[in-house]
Design a protein. Structure first.
Lengths: 683, 707
């Protein structure tokens, strides 16, 4: 055993020395001077302020799953006791809290990227030299360096992604499960790891195919093992993601700022969250009406009425005299459920098919709709509140309750039932249209009525949250099942990650990333004129694209050559197989990750989101360079030498904005504008 | 012989099913309002903006013209009747519908030929085309004035072409018909049809991919054939495909656009989408044949327009920005309509007084100030007392731009703008109207005048934001050109140079993609989702509500398709694994297939029919995926009819699989039942077709309406 290990050491001796040296260099450029700048920088403000919500155990949700924040809080709980520390960018850290400690975690993870990248290239079957080359490119990438030096999630995601690739290329089922666990963890840090998950699933499929068609094992055995690969690649990451979310939800069990986004049943499961009178809505109940599902742009939508009439008349001269009914994202107002004729029928349960009146508690207006066009959607009917008098008999404002999920019991259950409201006179249904009202609506959503469509679908289903009347003291609480909660939480995270935000000065489009044409200003000190900018190492980014495309062309040409039945030396064939395998894994990881940002993610997008692709690109180009070395040794050696030198040179040039050195004058920084499109210096 | 007879029968049944009661309903249905209207535009020669390339609408216009449509009927909205109250026909809509229906039928004939060529089995061809004929949705989609039947025809005609061409190539050198006139004919036919597909709708790009994949597979086969195919021959094959499948379609596509620009030359409301130069080519437009001063001078009055799509004019009006301490900053906005408030006077900055003569043209790098003609205020970056700039109302990282009273002397430097010509333009001669594109740089604030496509809130009267941009990244919003320039006396005038054809082509594509990106879906809209389509989840209303005409599939057809796809994948895996594991592919005497015995004896019944079905099915599945899966990634509004190219591929797959299934069954039953194979096979086929017809009959009221 020991002997074997020693042999192994001897075999990669210069590799060991080299990687140790590079790791030390990486450690130095990622971990030195972490206390500078001694103020909150760029996205730290986001991670910091969200993480503080853990200290009060209050419920919160973000665009990304919680693993990184969970880790931060559990390692450094005292950093997140007050919000004021993380209020805004540029705010200095208080004396007793040095940023060094908290930034050390991402910095160390970022350093670990170097040996991991080395390992991946080695495991892909390439030589130690290629692996060292990959490690050099990772060490001297300004983007990877600056992103490891702050309290942001990227380096955690990157190391998890790389570990997942590392274990996926080892030929053993156990390692494959490890890889699935890591990709699950990576997804619990950032949803963009979904792209790599697809690569892992593809890998599982190809492994299953290999085993199934291997004549040495019996079909039944091969089939079973193949299924095991596929199932573990799909189920294990999902399980890990669910577990992380469960831990998150367990540690934030108090009602908090983001309650409102979640469904009524979810809110009821939080301590101090929604409380209600009883399980069934009765005549006389006071309820809030919430549209179920995620409604853009805010996520939640409550039925509300404002004591103002609609300030518009339509082209046909018609307008409404009723007061506005709108949807808003907060718990604005409550509604009284009454029987349309028999006002004494208090405490009778409302059931599917019953008729009701809905009275707005604050203004005593009755919910009504009539054949006037809605304010924005001209082909739908306007909804308004009117006062009951002779002109408006209650009969005109009657709504019929349709419970969608009856489950045999026809009662209108508080929180649980999804309900449609049909206006009896017109036969139209109450919906949220998805339009935002013009300026007079102050950002509220339009509520209107429309007919059912061909399949009897209605756009909006509502559910009720009853409000306890003051007389009763005992309150009723429903514990939503944990699994449903976790799934709903992840669904909401996904929904939030798909909402576009406001435009940003440093936002960029994915097509600008491969050549590093976008820069982001992180921090700026007006006295010393020290500036921190996120920029890629132009040499290795552009070079990587070029070298990888050459590799693709080489692989295609080789395949054509082989097809012509030319005799091919065994080692060349082996080299080709290796490079196709590397392309399949690293190349598709690169492409899928880019596709995720091009297709799925809405703007604003930022250049640091390109980093997972960059790491794959660095490893791929190292593999490609080895292939070229095998073709033309001397020339390739010279080219590689020049290339590495230029990469390090580029790193050296850009170091002053990567580390934020004080500069004497603006011209010094203007000199660093390697691309026209870079937005520096900051003035 | 048998196959030709059946081909004629299929075509006949197709035509009958599509033309039956084609005059109903007697009003504009669904998207007829668009394509009928656009056919009218072609006849009236009015320029318009649309998301689709022109060929489909040109064909409809041609049919309409032949039928006597004069372009007067306007197809305003769905539900408009084609007849007057006393029953006279307003427009020959039947001719246009019949034209489309014929295209829809020819598509089925093409499918018949494709499957017959690929599988060499009449049964598969008949089944595939019967699935299409008996599909209510396909009938509905083919009966109206729509682009879809035309597009579908060209799509499957191009697939037919490429399939026929490679069927002519064989390994036996005596029978190999490569480079014969037949072969060239089919290849050229493919190229033409591909070009036409792309010129009808841009989803034709997926068909281009399919045909491309087929051609690559073809070449790959030739490449591996080292005995028969020399490298030189291979080169010829490659060149022929590049010529016919790449250059020919491009030529057709460009040609169609040339024709389009040639026909349309009248101005309309859609002019706003196009650039000023483009507008100057349209009759009836303000800029048409307008003569302009050759150069902009230091005393010109002009309007300035941005080069963005739907570019707006630099506009100012006597309203102030809300919530501002500096009280007298008048709004500067972007406005899309020609208006008196768009006019500005150029004045030189004082230092350059010597240039005060009228006719000195402006040059690159000159400093000017701009004064709003109506209110006589000058364009300026807004600063406060400490000379810090104000943030713009929406793009808060830009600074605010306003018109400020000329007497207000503070911050005079911020009223000076430097003209910087866009690179690649002739810098020596002065700045001209329309042609010259320039940036206006505020020297004191170091930013440039910037138009964004962001609408201001209510106080901005729904106009667009104009601000001053400090960065360098998004220069698209920074480019301006002068549109109208008031002619000063004794200045040389010139007409606007008409843009070249390629510029027009490029610009109309920009407009197409811009319009397409505006079609976004949102919550509450009744649009269908891609997963609805494959299972025929939701019907789509085509007529007025009371007539109940829907786009919805015949259930049996869609069930068969929905099961055929997973079945095929399983089937393929089984075949691939058996082949890969090298189980003997020999014919079992008794044709007893029991899974256990297969595994033990390493032997399976796997004959030519199955292998061929596997091959053909694979291509159909590829076609289905290529025409279906991309829709999952699209963010625009989607409709059920987007699925139909994929649906045809699915029908081809089901037809092939069903035929293979029938033949295998026939072989089994033949040994058990002791009937002749022909009888069994034919009775099976008749049963399937009977079921299809019956189901079609049951649901035909969705396409023909109930009597």
């Amino acid at each position: 055993m020991l002997q074997k290990f020693m042999d192994y050491l001897c075999k990669i001796d210069h590799g060991i020395v080299g990687i140790c040296f590079l790791t030390v260099v990486g450690m130095y450029n990622r971990c030195c001077d972490l206390h500078y700048p001694n103020s909150v920088t760029f996205d730290e403000v986001h991670y910091g302020s969200v993480t503080t919500l853990y200290s009060s155990q209050r419920f919160h949700i973000d665009k990304q799953p919680p693993l990184f924040r969970l880790l931060l809080f559990n390692l450094f709980p005292n950093y997140f006791s007050t919000v004021s520390m993380w209020e805004n960018i540029g705010k200095d850290f208080p004396d007793q809290f040095s940023p060094q400690a908290i930034r050390l975690l991402p910095a160390i993870l970022g350093t670990l990227l170097i040996p991991t990248a080395f390992g991946v290239v080695l495991k892909l079957g390439f030589t130690v030299d290629a692996a060292l080359l990959a490690a050099i490119l990772v060490t001297f990438d300004n983007a990877l360096v600056i992103q490891s030096r702050f309290m942001v999630a990227d380096s955690l995601q990157l190391i998890l992604v790389l570990l997942s690739i590392f274990f996926a290329v080892i030929k053993s089922w156990f390692c494959f499960v490890l890889s699935s666990i890591f990709i699950g963890l990576a997804m619990s840090v950032h949803l963009s790891s979904l792209a790599l998950w697809i690569v892992i699933i593809m890998l599982a499929l190809s492994k299953a195919w290999e085993i199934c068609t291997d004549r040495k094992v019996s079909l039944a055995h091969g089939f079973g093992k193949g299924c095991l690969y596929i199932v573990s690649s799909i189920l294990v990451p999902i399980f890990v993601l669910l577990m992380c979310t469960t831990v998150h939800l367990k540690s934030v069990n108090l009602s908090g700022p983001h309650d409102i986004l979640m469904s009524s049943t979810f809110q009821a499961s939080l301590d101090g969250g929604l409380k209600s009178d009883g399980s069934i809505v009765k005549y006389g109940s006071v309820i809030r009406l919430r549209a179920t599902g995620d409604i853009p742009p805010y996520g939640s939508c409550y039925l509300n009425s404002i004591a103002q009439i609609y300030p518009l008349t339509h082209e046909d001269g018609r307008g409404s005299s009723g007061q506005q009914v709108v949807g808003c994202s907060y718990k604005a107002s409550s509604w009284n459920v009454l029987h349309p004729t028999n006002f004494d029928s208090q405490n009778m349960e409302v059931r599917d098919g019953d008729f009701i009146l809905l009275i707005h508690s604050n203004t005593n207006g009755t919910l009504n709709t009539h054949d006037v066009a809605a304010p924005v959607s001209k082909y739908k009917q306007e909804v308004s509140c009117v006062n009951l008098n002779e002109m408006h008999s209650p009969k005109m404002q009657t709504w019929k309750v349709h419970v969608v999920n009856t489950n045999g019991n026809k009662a209108w259950k508080n929180l649980h039932s999804k309900v449609l409201f049909e206006h009896v006179n017109t036969g139209f249904y109450l919906v949220v249209t998805g339009n935002t009202l013009p300026e007079w609506g102050l950002g509220s959503l339009e509520v209107a009525t429309e007919g059912l469509d061909e399949t009897g679908d209605c756009a909006t289903e509502w559910n009720a949250e009853t409000i306890p009347s003051s007389k009763k003291t005992s309150s009723y609480k429903i514990i939503h099942e944990t699994f449903n909660n976790v799934v709903e939480y992840l669904g909401m995270t996904w929904f939030l990650s798909l909402q576009s935000g406001p435009d940003h000065r440093f936002a960029s489009e994915p097509y600008e990333w491969p050549f590093g044409q976008s820069s982001i200003a992180y921090w700026y000190n007006s006295t010393t004129n020290a500036q921190l900018h996120f920029t890629g190492n132009i040499a290795s980014w552009c070079g990587g694209i070029l070298i990888s495309s050459l590799l693709i062309i080489n692989c295609i040409l080789f395949a054509l050559y082989q097809r012509r039945n030319h005799a091919i030396a065994n080692d060349r064939l082996h080299l080709w197989q290796k490079s196709v395998y590397a392309l399949m894994i690293l190349g598709s990881a690169y492409v899928f990750h880019m596709a995720y940002y091009i297709i799925v993610v809405p703007s604003p997008k930022f250049a640091y989101q390109y980093l997972p692709s960059v790491v794959c690109l660095h490893m791929l180009q190292a593999c490609a360079l080895e292939v070229f070395y095998c073709y033309c040794e001397r020339l390739a050696l010279i080219v590689i030498f020049i290339y590495v030198a230029s990469v390090i040179w580029c790193y050296w040039i850009l170091r002053s904005i990567t580390f934020g050195f004080a500069t004497k004058c603006q011209e010094e920084l203007e000199h660093l504008q390697l691309w026209q499109s870079w937005d520096l210096p900051l003035t | 012989m048998q196959s030709s007879l059946l081909f004629v029968c299929i075509t006949f049944i197709g035509v009958t099913s599509r033309l039956f009661r084609i005059n109903e309903p007697r009003y504009v249905c669904w998207d007829e309002t668009h394509f009928g209207k656009m056919a009218g535009f072609y006849i009236n020669r009015t320029m318009f903006a649309c998301v689709h390339p022109p060929l489909g609408k040109l064909i409809i216009a041609t049919i309409g013209l032949a039928g006597g449509y004069d372009g007067h009927f306007s197809f305003t909205q769905p539900g408009d009747t084609y007849y007057t109250e006393n029953g006279t026909l307003l427009t020959p809509y039947i001719a246009m519908r019949v034209g489309c229906a014929i295209f829809g039928t020819l598509m089925i004939s093409a499918v018949y030929c494709i499957i017959h060529t690929l599988t060499k089995s009449v049964g598969a061809a008949v089944l595939s085309s019967m699935l299409l004929i008996c599909d209510v949705a396909m009938v509905t989609l083919s009966r109206y004035i729509l682009l879809d039947p035309i597009m579908l025809f060209f799509m499957f005609a191009s697939v037919l072409g490429v399939v026929k061409a490679s069927a002519l190539q064989t390994r036996c050198s005596k029978q190999d018909k490569s480079f014969t006139s037949y072969w060239w004919g089919w290849l050229v036919f493919t190229g033409i049809c591909l070009g036409c597909t792309l010129s009808v709708k841009l989803v034709g790009a997926f068909t281009v991919m399919f045909v491309g994949a087929w051609a690559i597979a073809d070449l790959w086969k030739l490449l591996g054939d080292t005995e028969m195919v020399s490298l030189q021959l291979l080169g010829k094959h490659f060149a022929a495909r590049v010529l016919c499948l790449i250059f020919l379609p491009i030529a057709i596509y460009v040609g169609v656009f040339y024709f389009h620009f040639h026909i349309l030359h009248q101005s309309s409301d859609d002019d706003i989408f196009y650039s000023s130069k483009f507008q100057s080519t349209l009759h009836g437009n303000l800029l048409h044949k307008k003569s302009m001063p050759m150069h902009i001078t230091f005393k010109s009055s002009l309007t300035m327009r941005n080069t963005l799509i739907e570019g707006m004019f630099l506009h100012s009006h006597p309203h102030y920005y809300p919530n501002m301490l500096e009280q007298y900053s008048q709004q500067v906005t972007g406005y899309k309509i020609r208006d008196g408030n768009n006019w500005w006077n150029i004045e030189p900055v004082i230092q350059q007084a010597k240039k005060l003569m009228d006719n000195v043209p402006l040059h690159d790098g000159d400093l000017i100030s701009l004064h709003h003609m109506v209110t006589n205020k000058s364009l300026s970056v807004v600063i406060d007392k400490n000379e810090k700039w104000h943030a713009a109302p929406i793009s808060y990282w830009n600074s605010m731009v306003a018109s400020i009273s000329r007497q207000n002397s503070s911050g005079n430097d911020y009223k000076n703008w430097k003209i910087e010509l866009k690179a690649l333009q002739n810098r020596s001669s002065g700045i001209c109207a329309v042609d010259c594109v320039f940036k206006l740089v505020n020297v004191a604030a170091r930013c440039c005048l910037f138009a964004s496509l962001k609408k201001l809130p209510g106080w901005g009267k729904d106009q667009y934001e104009i601000s001053c941009y400090h960065g360098r990244r998004y220069e698209q919003g920074c480019w301006w050109h002068a549109e109208e320039v008031l002619p000063s006396s004794n200045a040389a005038t010139t007409a606007i140079k008409p843009p070249s054809f390629l510029t027009n082509l490029f610009e109309s594509h920009k407009v197409m993609f811009h319009l397409n990106s505006k079609l976004k879906k949102k919550y509450g809209d009744r649009v269908s989702k891609p997963w609805h389509w494959a299972v025929n989840y939701k019907p789509q209303l085509f007529s007025k509500k009371e007539d109940k005409l829907y786009l919805t599939g015949t259930p049996v057809v869609w069930w068969i398709n929905a099961t055929a796809i997973p079945t095929y994948i399983l089937f393929y895996l089984c075949v691939a694994i058996t082949r890969k594991r090298k189980y003997h592919l020999k014919r079992d005497q008794n044709l007893k297939i029991k899974s256990k015995s297969i595994l033990q004896n390493n032997c399976i019944c796997c004959n030519e029919i199955i292998l061929n079905a596997c091959f053909v099915g694979g291509w159909c599945l590829l076609g289905w995926c290529l025409h279906y899966l991309p829709f999952f990634a699209m963010s625009r509004v989607l409709f059920f009819h987007h699925y139909f190219p994929a649906h045809v591929f699915a029908c081809m797959l089901s037809g092939t699989l069903l035929d293979c299934f029938c033949k295998t069954l026939t072989e089994w039953w033949h040994s058990y039942l002791k009937l002749s194979p022909l009888t069994i096979h034919q009775s099976l086929m008749v049963t399937i077709i009977g079921v299809l017809f019956h189901n079609f009959y049951l649901h035909s009221h969705f396409c023909y309406g109930s009597t």
